[in-house]
Design a protein around this ligand. Structure first.
Ligand SMILES: [Fe+2]
Length: 430
């Protein structure tokens, strides 16, 4: 489908809801993959072609159910929400609930394992259910931690974000205000054993500034790059209200790989770093390239050392699902630009392996699924939806993470293409 708006062109174009059973598989789906792969993304029901931006597209979740080496079903459904806008950014399980998520202050929507959206209230008894698309789950405590900003508060001029904690039973146990001096776009956060990291970076909401400067452009998003805004990370204690701010090299991030504290107490953060974003020359998110980067934050000296880890541009970084806040050896990324390669980074050995999907293929975020009796951190599978430009169709690939560059173990043919989207999760169902 052709469109002048790049976010409606090609595989960005929305699709209808559909479903299919007993899908064609080439190769062999590992028997132990018994569960549901879910992926959220924007799929606008209606759009103004000139001005549509995917961050505002209605959420649609694509689900693929695997069991006994078979692809039992695929279905895709709009996220239905009482407030009208279906969260479009992530879908993940925490405790016994599956949440569809978005940033900006909207409540998550709860769905079941058959992809029915439920009327259940997220975080029962919480006064406010604002949340984020990228919470972090501490696998030791079972707690889910989030930094949430709220469009409504930003519109009222409130320069603050919230530190929200949900316990393993789905109950909100913290909603702490963190005061700022601007209204930054805080897409991701990070946890370590003692901190949650607050990214106060120069991409800020500034409704009207473009218009005042007569530089509004189509497909625009109400975030600007504020050159006068420092880049800083807040080390918010997980155990008290105390926060320590540390200046970091100027830049922006959508996504981290992971963060942890090393044996000397330094905070290590691996992430995909942009030197700049949302500037007037390149107002769209893809205007600048992200590179895998490490920050080593000295909490005593309050300093930050930055190292670029790879000169290939990459994004949609993921880590082992049980390692949020703990030391990681591996991360998984998608190449920026042509979208036809997955990367597996070994942070211990300073090596990056590639999985080339094919010249006409365009993938999305790679999701790592550990084996049930894994003997190493990378003992598992890397999976994701892949679009084929030649046939205008999509498939689901399962790659052996230990033999990362080899042909996929299995490829599942899908009944219709899966548009580009954002984030997803594997949910074990046995
Ligand atoms: Fe994201």
């Amino acid at each position: 489908m052709k469109s002048k708006n790049k976010f409606l062109d090609g595989n960005w174009h929305p699709v209808e809801e559909t479903s299919a059973e007993n899908l064609k598989v080439s190769g062999e789906i590992p028997e132990e993959l018994a569960g549901l792969f879910l992926r959220n993304g924007p799929n606008p029901k209606k759009f103004d072609e000139a001005n549509y931006h995917p961050f505002f597209g209605d959420g649609m979740i694509h689900g693929l159910r695997l069991e006994n080496g078979q692809a039992l079903w695929y279905r895709n459904k709009f996220v239905t929400s009482p407030n009208g806008f279906g969260p479009n950014t992530h879908v993940m399980k925490h405790g016994n609930k599956i949440y569809a998520l978005v940033e900006g202050g909207l409540a998550p929507v709860i769905m079941d394992e058959e992809m029915n959206f439920l009327d259940d209230e997220p975080f029962p008894s919480a006064q406010n259910k604002r949340f984020t698309a990228h919470p972090k789950i501490d696998s030791k405590s079972g707690e889910m931690h989030a930094i949430s900003y709220d469009f409504n508060e930003y519109l009222k001029g409130k320069e603050q974000v919230h530190y929200v904690v949900i316990d393993k039973n789905g109950k909100q146990t913290k909603d702490q205000i963190i005061e700022l001096s601007s209204r930054p776009m805080v897409h991701d956060c990070a946890i370590t054993e003692n901190y949650i990291l607050v990214f106060d970076l120069p991409a800020t909401f500034n409704l009207g500034r473009r218009e005042r400067q007569n530089k509004a452009s189509s497909g625009d998003y109400p975030v600007i790059w504020d050159e006068d805004h420092n880049s800083r990370v807040g080390l918010q204690s997980r155990h008290s209200d105390e926060i320590t701010w540390i200046d970091v090299p100027k830049g922006f991030l959508f996504h981290i790989v992971n963060s942890y504290e090393n044996e000397t107490g330094e905070v290590i953060l691996d992430f995909c770093r942009y030197d700049k974003l949302f500037d007037f020359e390149n107002p769209l998110p893809m205007g600048h390239k992200p590179f895998l980067t490490r920050w080593v934050i000295d909490t005593e000296k309050k300093s930050c050392k930055q190292t670029m880890l790879d000169d290939r541009s990459m994004e949609f970084s993921r880590v082992h699902p049980d390692l949020d806040g703990q030391e990681h050896q591996f991360g998984y990324m998608l190449n920026d630009g042509s979208l036809n390669r997955f990367f597996k980074r070994d942070f211990f050995k300073d090596q990056t392996k590639e999985h080339f999907l094919g010249g006409n293929k365009q993938a999305a975020e790679p999701v790592f699924i550990p084996k049930k009796n894994a003997v190493s951190e990378d003992d598992g599978f890397v999976v994701g939806f892949v679009y084929d430009k030649t046939s205008d169709s999509s498939e689901f690939v399962i790659i052996d993470a230990n033999n990362f560059s080899d042909e996929p173990l299995a490829t599942v043919s899908l009944p219709q293409r899966v548009p580009f989207g954002f984030h997803g999760s594997w949910i074990n169902l046995d």
